[in-house]
Write a protein that binds this ligand. Sequence first.
Ligand SMILES: Cc1cc2nc3c(=O)[nH]c(=O)nc-3n(C[C@H](O)[C@H](O)[C@H](O)COP(=O)(O)OP(=O)(O)OC[C@H]3O[C@@H](n4cnc5c(N)ncnc54)[C@H](O)[C@@H]3O)c2cc1C
Length: 383
Amino acid sequence: MAEQVYDVIVIGSGVMGSSTAYSLAKKGRKTLILEQFPILHSRGSSHGLSRMTKLGYREQYYTHMMVNSFKMLAELERETGTELWINCGALGIGPENDDYLCDVKKALTNVGGAVDVLADEELKKRYPMLSYPQDHVGLLDHKGGLLKADCILRGLQTVFRQRGGEIRDCEPVMAIHPGATVTVTTSKGTYEAASVVIAAGSWADKILGPLGLSLPLTIQRVTVCYCRELNPGSHSPDHLPCFAELYGSPPYEMWGLPSYEYPGFAKFGLHSGPEISPDTRDQPDGKWVTDRVTAYVKEHFPGLEPTPSITEQCIYTMTPDEDFIMDYHPQHHSIVVAAGFSGHGFKLALVVGDALSDMAMGQVPKYDMKPFKIARFQDASSQ
Ligand SMILES: Cc1cc2nc3c(=O)[nH]c(=O)nc-3n(C[C@H](O)[C@H](O)[C@H](O)COP(=O)(O)OP(=O)(O)OC[C@H]3O[C@@H](n4cnc5c(N)ncnc54)[C@H](O)[C@@H]3O)c2cc1C
């Protein structure tokens, strides 16, 4: 017998689960979040103080979603009375006429986003701390910036609770039984709901396997590196935007954020890392990642000490095309699957939560959901 009955149970208190629950509570649904670890833990993908945001994506559908994401972020700022981001800009760096940058510029122009293309001398003048070859340009997305990630996560959970939402942490979900209603069994009890949203991050396969669904997800450890400023304050958000460059072969994305989390240390990461299991995250050797960051900083950021002073670990859950998965379980319409946020989901979390909450309520989301269907993977099959 279920202890309690809810409209929706959300599994996972990362930014996707929390945002979905926040939306459900605001839409008047009685909602429970179940989380295996203590709230605000650092074992998944949503911990830490900062993430990059931007308006322009190469893909028009994400750019359209970002327009709404900024509006929803402003609403969360009003609800929490807290500043949740710093509008320091997002800079894409690459060779002139690079396809990727041209597509982003087009997408930005289509939604009326302010954008500058900074060539050689202009780039040097605007950002003297950068050192890139003469043929490189900087595409400055004015709407971009730094998200205060931990404040956003806490804000979502606070508003959720204020609206009557319930969070049970340290309570791993052990089994899900679909039926006329869905029964969820945890280490501590049994709960029932009309529908369930599974937002379990890199543990998605562990929960979905027993439900007969296998998704093509790759789990990677991402090492975040913090490099010390030689001249204190020179790489703060007042001077340096968030930035990203596709470089090397195969093309790796190197991304970075101004000094904020640890004042005096700019943040860098490679959009890739060793494959891991989320339960044994720190076991494999990932020295090649910090070596690449060190070489990159040495070449392009002469005002920083290239060897990272601090490193921290986080997890990416990648899909083959790096598009998200937001869909109903193929056999069970009362189960919504949210997975594979592929290292770029935080900035879209509010929109993701809005879409997933509509799906859990049996309503059609207002976004183009075609790119996120499970059916796009030929080998995503029932076991
Ligand atoms: C280093 C790094 C940098 C990033 N930078 C950016 C960026 O600049 N911009 C951007 O937009 N995005 C960025 N991202 C991506 C973004 O942070 C992720 O897409 C997002 O956090 C994914 O959230 P999630 O809720 O899906 O996963 P998670 O945060 O991992 O949440 C899943 C939750 O489910 C819980 N769970 C799992 N199994 C169970 C179970 N059986 N029972 C109960 N609970 C369970 C887990 O404990 C976890 O709390 C970055 C990610 C990393 C790692």
